[in-house]
Write a protein that binds this ligand. Structure first.
Ligand code: ATP
Ligand code: MG
Length: 394
């Protein structure tokens, strides 16, 4: 039993899924297994058991690396590296002493409190009594320790189950959410900015598989600007797995707009083309929604009126997970997921290439449609879609 390290994985929201719970748990087990394998951590047994997920790893594998990988899997609420023993009061006492000895040695722990739980209600000792008796065993076995019920250095959790008992001290938080692949696939419009990678991450956290489209205006935008987007996409992929990024030069469309339409409408017109192109790519690739990093009121093209006009260009649902967030909160999230430093590198975006000095902030759909009537919308969209390059993001 002792040749393995054990990790207890709690599933958070997955546990609320009623009849579908086994399906979500199966998906989560599969995702954890895949992720560990992809990180080169092989030989780990991951399985469901009594409403929890247990990972058992060969002792020689790095414990911290395992925790880090599991904590990045969407659907994981928390993880506890644990030790196990037979569900017998004497065995539990011995194991608790051994466990605390190690913590005294490694971390200089001086005080503790036992929190006991009895999942197996047929176990002859009740939870408060388990806590008291195991506490007494630890005090007897580790003379330097004292009990502190208010502010202990360590909480010693004792989880008594039918077949075995688990002892652990930490609950390391995961991201929560739902396992990838339980909520369809969406196409994210990915720029090099702060917002869209966060938007992609948030949707993936709710179980949605991701594919991306990026627009550039080469040679007005540099190849380095695209490399930056690929870097961002790779960070997103480190959470949601390998995906395809469709890359499109939107310059021919921008030039048509600049030549034929009012300057103040340039940005909103370009955005409507981006949406149309994205919708076509989504349809071709099994994506059921578009995802953007738009945020109410952030810039002229994201006022309520502008969003209405942008939306009217497509019939596919457009998800805007950042819509009501403040910029500081989006930035904090970007820091947390690790995209911020890359996002703030100063490379131009295609949207800034023909940025009008005074963009419309309250566009009227009829006026915008009137401007578009001077363009071959369908032909331009078709040509753009046909010109796509595909980058494999892994
Ligand atoms: P971000 O920080 O993500 O760049 P932003 O605040 O710069 O967003 P906009 O440039 O107006 O805002 O873009 C709004 C959204 O439109 C982006 O979040 C993204 O989803 C999409 N978008 C903008 N530029 C591009 C692009 N070059 N390629 C793909 N999508 C884009
Ligand atoms: Mg942008």
């Amino acid at each position: 039993m002792n040749e393995q390290n054990i990790f207890i994985v709690r599933c958070g929201e997955v546990a609320l899924k009623g009849m579908n719970k086994p399906y979500f748990e199966r998906m989560l087990v599969e995702r954890i297994g895949k992720r560990l394998k992809a990180a080169g951590l092989s030989g780990i047994d991951v399985r469901r058991h009594e409403g929890l997920i247990f990972a058992r790893a060969p002792k020689e594998l790095d414990k911290d690396a395992i925790v880090k990988e599991i904590s990045k899997v969407f659907g994981v609420a928390s993880i506890s590296p644990a030790v196990e023993c037979e569900s017998d009061m004497d065995r539990i006492g011995e194991k608790a002493v051994e466990y605390m000895m190690e913590l005294i040695e490694k971390k200089g722990v001086k005080t503790f409190k036992v929190e006991a739980k009895r999942a197996d209600k047929t176990f002859p000792v009740k939870s408060p009594d388990i806590a008291r008796r195991i506490g007494a065993s630890v005090l007897k076995g580790c003379k330097v320790l004292k009990v502190d019920v208010h502010n202990p250095d360590v909480y010693l959790f004792v989880d008594v189950r039918r077949e075995e008992t688990f002892i652990y001290q930490q609950k390391i938080a995961g991201f929560g959410g739902l396992p990838l692949g339980t909520n369809g696939k969406g196409l994210v419009l990915l720029s090099g900015g702060i917002d869209s990678p966060v938007a992609a991450w948030l949707m993936a956290k709710r179980g949605m598989l991701i594919e991306a489209v990026h627009f550039h205006s080469y040679p007005y935008t540099s190849p380095r600007a695209q490399e930056k987007v690929e870097e961002l996409a790779k960070i997103v992929a480190s959470y949601c797995g390998r995906f395809k990024m469709h890359v499109i030069n939107i310059l021919p469309i921008q030039e048509q707009i600049v030549q034929n339409c009012p300057e103040a409408e340039t940005t909103i017109l370009v955005r409507r083309f981006m949406m149309r192109i994205a919708e076509k790519i989504a349809e071709k690739n099994g994506c059921m929604m578009l995802i953007t990093g738009e945020n109410l009121g952030q810039v002229a093209s994201q006022t309520a009126e502008s969003l209405v006009v942008t939306d009217a260009s497509v019939s596919m649902p457009v998800m805007r997970p950042l819509i009501a967030m403040d910029k500081v909160d989006i930035m904090e999230k970007a820091e947390e997921i690790g995209t911020f430093e890359t996002s703030i590198q100063p490379y131009e975006d295609c949207c800034t290439v023909f940025l009008p000095p005074h963009p419309v902030t309250k566009p009227r759909l009829s006026r915008i449609e009137e401007s578009e009537s001077r363009l071959d919308v369908e032909g331009l969209v078709k040509a753009a879609v046909e010109s796509e390059e595909i980058v494999d993001i892994s």
